[in-house]
Design a protein around this ligand. Structure first.
Ligand SMILES: Nc1ncnc2c1ncn2[C@@H]1O[C@H](COP(=O)(O)OP(=O)(O)OP(=O)(O)O)[C@@H](O)[C@H]1O
Ligand SMILES: [Mg+2]
Length: 270
């Protein structure tokens, strides 16, 4: 590689936070991801849409290190997630220590919030900053209160999860993930288990966060209006492959593939 190419390559790694390169995933005989290439820039907000079973959750679970790719490479800040470089420069499978270090840049909110039921809301949010980041109790409390205020729960610090609505619990789960200041936040259909009247408040909180944060976000969603508002880019997944991607305007107003057109028309009919 010449000096110029090297320079370009290093600039490229600065402008890319997360990179999937020809990533496949098999479960037994079924290939659920068939060679995914996807780059996410620092701070970029990407909505992932597609039919049920197209592989959306699998894509983000692999980044969360919950699921291992069958082949291909996922990297984060230029460093492979599931591999590390051996002393001879070859990529070898990563050990738990490497995964743990890489994971600290990644936060996730699931469909089901899984709060610690025996801890107050405040403690739910301070636990990881204290025990994982090693912050003092005071620092952790300050950060947590700040986050809980941002998600509209500044008056619920001493409440317990069972005293909150589903929407409030999901907002605690968001605060608990964001308080760790990851470089990328993953949201997997975080409103799909909520009663319809609670969906709006949670989407609003995520939209506000997206506007004011420099964290990148990958948001799996079936809410097209939300995707339009929150995302810089929408990626349409079909049958384990990226079928089409572009700005919300391009993807939602002017879809070129027939599959995307059919997918979107199902939403418009509902
Ligand atoms: N642990 C697993 N074992 C076997 N098959 C799996 C496993 N996890 C996912 N799959 C299969 O992989 C495919 C993709 O699943 P995935 O959960 O990624 O889809 P999705 O796009 O998130 O769908 P949905 O919109 O319903 O959440 C599906 O056919 C699913 O049945
Ligand atoms: Mg899913």
């Amino acid at each position: 590689m010449g000096a110029i190419e090297k320079d370009l390559a290093s600039k490229d790694s600065l402008s890319t936070l997360v990179r999937y390169e020809n990533v496949t995933k098999r479960f037994g005989d079924i290939e659920v991801l068939k060679g995914v290439d996807l780059d996410i820039k620092p701070g970029e907000k990407v909505a992932l849409i597609g039919p049920s079973g197209s592989g959306k959750t699998t894509i983000i679970r692999m980044l969360m290190t919950l699921e291992k790719p069958t082949s291909g490479v996922i990297s984060m800040g230029g460093e492979p997630l599931w591999h590390k470089k051996s002393s001879s420069g070859k990529l070898v499978p990563a050990d738990e220590k490497h995964l743990r270090r890489m994971r600290s840049d990644i936060g996730m909110v699931f469909q089901h919030f899984n709060l610690f039921p025996h801890m107050s809301i405040l403690r739910n949010v301070t636990e990881a900053p204290i025990h994982v980041l090693g912050l003092s109790k005071e620092e952790a409390r300050e950060r947590a209160v700040d986050m809980l205020e941002k998600v509209g729960l500044g008056d619920k610090l001493d409440a317990y999860p069972e005293q909150l609505s589903g929407g409030q619990k999901q907002r605690v789960a968001i605060a608990r993930a964001v308080v760790m200041r990851p470089k990328v936040m993953l949201f997997d259909e975080v409103t799909s288990a909520l009663d319809p009247e609670l969906v709006g408040e949670v989407l609003e909180v995520i939209k506000d966060l997206a506007k004011e944060t420099d964290m990148a976000m990958i948001l799996v969603t079936h809410e097209m209006d939300f995707a339009r508002d929150v995302a810089d880019r929408i990626v349409f997944l079909h049958d384990g492959q990226i079928e089409e991607q572009g700005t919300p305007q391009e993807v939602l107003e002017n879809p070129s593939s027939e599959r995307l057109q059919a997918f979107l028309s199902r939403f418009l009919r509902n």
